[in-house]
Design a protein around this ligand. Structure first.
Ligand code: 9MJ
Length: 674
């Protein structure tokens, strides 16, 4: 062998070893040791060497994980030992019956030990290792004959392409469940939605569809995972005495195991495990549809044997289904607290996820269009844990002949204001900001808040109470409360003192500033900084009311989105009415003097204020800067001129240092402002 060849062989071997090690750390042990980019570099190097020297490529090379040439069809695989299905129990009584059957059959009064495992909701897969090398993977199929999906299985990152450790059997078949983690499922669906592609209905379908892809490159892109839970054919290895020891052994060979498996005693131990996993269900990273109990002692398993196609030594304890089918009786639109219009499906009541569901969210119009859901359709409803039920898909072929597409309402179903949908948003919104009943509570809370009208003593709870008691409807009603003292006093927790305080705070709040008043109106996208810019530019609310988008875009800090939100807001006669009533009630502010250039020495500079200042609040500091013409923004970027840093500043200060932006501590800031 030439010198060059040995070098090449050594490099391929070294890369293979490193990649296998890091792959195991990342995918099986969840403990990555090197950055992804470094892994990718090693990977690409090996890929390049193999493509230049195809004779060096092994079937268990880490490069085999990215998929290869698409197949025309899967070949069939006959399982030497059939792949079983499990019997089910649905409640504690049925679990006790199962336990009794096991003990009766074993003719024993002794406690029986079980492994208790989460029941993964994926798709069963058989992996065949010959002398430790993965040579074949097959789906369960009908239990006897499955499909050869070896190419796809090789792309599952936590499936070892070869086993590691001692006593590797001559032949080992392991079985387990292939699944898509909830996080990957959400990520892929998010991407599909962005690209207007079809989404997966649930992680199970996603996993099944991906494992049965003829194009293994597509399968690779689906980021499937597997947990092993059983041993099939074994040659050249003496089985351990219990199932739990066998699982441990699989782990030692590098096979992935579910981390939530336990060993329990008797039916009561099983039931406890069921309840524990039930509580954890929503926080698990993978979907499950129940738990599985298996008699732990393999000799006892053998004595118990099988009935029909299921083992007598195991059973699945199922959770209530989280998905059911039902009919859409109507589609209505609800208005949320921020004006978001949410389509809701009124359903034929159906028992799902442990409760009877008769309404389910359809999220937004994009979702409706994507699914093309219509009244009369049969749909799949999903309800997990405490999450609100949602319609996930339309059952194909169930459409009524005369059904019509769902149209977005043109006016708000609550207040009749125009409904608007911005190009950049999936959500349609009611433009009736201050007027719309659906939005009033949040609007009033914002109006009263410290940085807006600063109405002392009018907290969120009191706003809720006042609205619920029908003492206020819109923000302008606040200033009529002085005529409703008896009614307020009759409310819970409202003593005379609180009422007096509230009324006097309201009176006090009438003297404000124009920036605060504009901010208090709660126009979408108009925060304090924008409100100040608008106030300084127009100097007057009347001019702002009449401003068109062209005029608004001229203002420093105002882009097309903000401009359109402002115009939409003041185009609603309802909103104008509320503003006028507020001013009529006596809200006023000192006139804004157009400041001269030398009074605005900080024009053109941009500031970030972070951390705790000892001599003033952060907002006071911002106000000082704004008053001098500076722009104050929330995050540090290359465009930031200065970062004012108080105590415990966090990541913004670090970022400023990284970008080399000038930092002012409190003392230098005060000096600077002077
Ligand atoms: C699942 N689906 O998680 C079994 N399963 O054992 C577990 N399925 C099984 N075990 C024998 N954890 C047949 C099926």
């Amino acid at each position: 062998m030439t010198h060059k060849n040995t070098e090449l062989l050594d490099r391929v071997a070294a890369l293979t070893k490193q990649l296998n090690h890091h792959s195991q750390q990342y995918y099986v042990l969840d403990n990555p040791e090197i950055p992804d980019a470094e892994y990718d570099r090693l990977f690409r190097e090996l890929q390049a060497l193999e493509s230049e020297n195809p004779e060096l490529k092994k079937v268990d090379s880490p490069t085999q994980r990215v998929g290869g040439t698409p197949l025309d069809a899967f070949t069939q695989v006959t399982h030497r030992i059939p792949m079983l299905s499990l019997s089910n129990v649905f409640n504690e009584k049925e679990l006790q019956d199962f336990y009794k059957r096991v003990r009766d059959r074993l003719k024993t009064e002794d406690e029986i030990e079980f492994t208790a495992e989460p029941k993964l909701d994926g798709l069963a897969l058989s992996l065949m290792y010959e002398k430790g090398i993965l040579v074949r993977a097959a789906t369960r199929g009908d239990g006897t004959v499955g499909e050869n999906v070896t190419e796809n299985a090789r792309t599952i990152r936590n499936v070892p392409l070869h086993l590691v450790g001692d006593d590797i059997p001559d032949l080992l078949e392991v079985r387990g469940e292939v699944f898509m983690s909830k996080a990957v499922f959400e990520k892929l669906n998010q991407k599909a939605r962005e690209n207007d592609e079809k989404t997966f209905v649930n992680p199970r379908n996603a996993a099944a569809g991906s494992l049965r892809q003829l194009d293994s490159k597509i399968a690779a892109s689906r980021q499937l995972s597997m947990y092993c839970y059983a041993v099939g054919v074994v040659e050249g290895f003496e089985l351990h005495a219990t199932h739990s020891e066998m699982l441990k052994q699989l782990g030692q060979w590098g096979l992935p195991l579910c981390p939530d498996v336990d060993v329990v005693q008797s039916a009561s131990g099983c039931q406890k495990f069921y309840e524990k996993i039930g509580k954890k269900r929503d926080s698990l990273s993978y979907d499950i549809d129940g738990v599985v109990y298996k008699v732990n002692d393999l000799k006892l398993q053998q004595q118990l044997g099988f009935v029909a196609r299921s083992p007598r030594w195991a059973t699945a304890h199922k959770f209530p289904a989280q998905e059911e089918m039902t009919t859409v009786n109507a589609i209505e639109f609800q208005v949320g607290r921020t004006g978001a219009i949410t389509p809701v499906a009124r359903l034929e009541p159906v028992f799902v996820g442990g409760v009877t569901v008769s309404n389910a969210t359809l999220h937004n119009m994009d979702e409706i269009r994507r699914m093309d859901v219509r009244v009369g359709d049969k749909v799949i409803v999903h309800r997990a844990g405490d999450v609100i039920p949602k319609v996930v898909s339309v059952v194909p072929g169930t459409r009524k002949e005369n059904s019509v597409e769902v149209a977005i309402p043109v006016v708000c179903p609550v207040c009749g204001s125009d409904v608007v949908q911005e190009e950049d948003e999936a959500v349609a919104r009611c433009s009736g900001g201050l007027y719309c009943h659906a939005q009033r509570k949040e609007g009033i809370k914002h109006f009263a808040s410290r940085r807006a009208m600063d109405i002392d003593g009018l907290g969120d709870k009191l706003v809720e109470q006042l609205v619920d008691e029908k003492l206020i409807d819109h923000i302008d009603d606040l200033y009529q409360l002085k005529n409703k003292i008896d009614e307020i006093s009759a409310m819970e927790r409202m003593g005379k003192k609180s009422v007096d305080n509230l009324i006097s705070s309201l009176e006090k709040s009438k003297l404000t500033t124009l920036p605060r008043f504009i901010f208090a109106l709660g126009i979408r996208e108009v925060g304090e900084v924008t409100a100040a810019s608008l106030a300084n530019y127009f100097g007057d609310i009347e001019l702002l009311k009449q401003a068109d988008e062209e005029a608004l875009i001229n203002i420093d800090d105002v882009g097309p989105i903000v401009a359109s939100r402002v115009v939409t807001f003041f185009n609603q006669s309802h909103n104008i009415e509320v503003v006028d009533k507020l001013i009529a009630a006596g809200i006023h502010w000192p006139a804004i003097e157009k400041k001269s250039e030398d009074e605005l020495p900080l024009v053109g500079l941009s500031f970030v204020v972070t951390g705790t200042l000892s001599t003033m609040g952060r907002n006071d500091a911002k106000q000082l800067l704004i008053d001098k013409g500076a722009k104050v923004v929330g995050s540090v970027s290359k465009k930031t001129s200065y970062v004012v840093v108080g105590e415990n500043p966090g990541s913004k200060a670090t970022k400023a240092e990284e970008l080399g932006i000038e930092i002012l501590d409190e003392a230098s800031f005060i000096e600077f402002i002077k």
